[in-house]
Design a protein around this ligand. Structure first.
Ligand code: AMP
Length: 279
């Protein structure tokens, strides 16, 4: 696997490859890689001649400084996993490469996406996500972009960014990879202690409860019970939401349209998010 640290060199290499007709797939990450990330690499390898992974812990998307400081960094292990998966290129830039002093910071008009759910609880977070993804896409001219549905709202935000900036690429929203007990794989899981790790499965159990009861109870009743179940397992809940596929809240269900259940909750210091398409 080739490793590039400089933006100009990264762009030069990719543009040369594209000239020779190579199709490029791109998987942006913040490292501390797990099989969820690797599933995106595998998807990209299926569709493209060259797969590029970036690892960059983006300071502008952390609305909480301690969360940024404590973000796990496991670069040697990440490189091993990427080599094993057959990733072709790793882009591993410094903060200065991504945010040179002359870079003018744009503001992205994300509409209501910025004020609901994650946007409400993490002010500024999605502007930071757009800033880094915009910068990465301007360095890495890819044909296909791979994102995890684990971050459902982020997928929608990046879809909006791609539309706003007219990036000519195809987006792929890939299924959430879970541990055997249902916990969604996440770099933040490494910060859970033994008992928190056991408690954390309550999120998946909550989705199963919602799925099994969606046509039996009112949506409000289901949300209330789900929230109480999480609280009783030691979570401090930011939200339990039931929405349509555009993340618009639902009060009633017509029995046939798509319902997405989304949860964000803290186990002590660690904030976990997850979602499931219920129907
Ligand atoms: P992150 O390193 O957390 O920024 O994630 C990088 C990419 O991997 C994002 O598109 C995430 O949505 C995706 N991702 C994270 N966890 C999972 C998972 N468990 N399954 C599938 N994709 C994931």
């Amino acid at each position: 696997m080739r490793i590039y640290r400089l933006s100009a060199e990264m762009t030069g290499f990719i543009d040369n490859q594209r000239k020779t007709g190579q199709k490029i797939g791109f998987v942006p990450t913040m490292g501390a890689l797990h099989q969820g990330h690797i599933s995106l690499i595998n998807e990209s390898k299926n569709d493209n001649n060259l797969t590029i992974c970036s690892i960059f812990v983006n300071p502008t998307q952390f609305n909480n400084a301690a969360d940024f400081q404590k973000y796990p960094i496991t670069i040697e292990n990440d490189i091993n996993l990427l080599e094993l998966a057959g990733c072709d290129i790793l882009f591993l830039p410094s903060i200065e490469e991504i945010y040179p002093t002359q870079l003018t910071k744009e503001h992205y008009d994300l509409g209501s996406l910025e004020t609901i759910l994650e946007g409400k609880y993490r002010p500024g977070h999605f502007q930071g996500v757009c800033l880094v993804v915009d910068r990465l896409l301007s360095i890495i001219h890819c044909d296909d972009l791979y994102l995890g549905q684990k971050d459902y709202q982020q997928c929608m935000v990046i879809e909006k960014l791609v539309e706003l900036k007219n990036y000519d690429l195809k987006m792929h929203f890939c299924e959430t990879i879970r541990e055997n007990d249902g916990l969604a794989m996440s770099s933040r899981n490494a910060r859970l202690n033994e008992s928190e790790r056991i408690q954390a499965t309550a999120i998946y159990d909550t989705f199963l409860y919602i799925k099994n009861n969606i046509s039996l109870e009112s949506l409000d009743g289901i949300k209330k019970t789900a929230q109480e179940a999480l609280t009783s397992k030691g979570f401090i809940v930011d939200y339990v939401a039931l929405t349509n596929e555009k993340l618009e809240p639902l009060d009633i269900w017509d029995g046939k349209s798509t319902i997405v259940a989304l949860v964000a909750a803290y186990l002590n210091e660690v904030r976990l998010i997850d979602n499931m398409i219920i129907a």
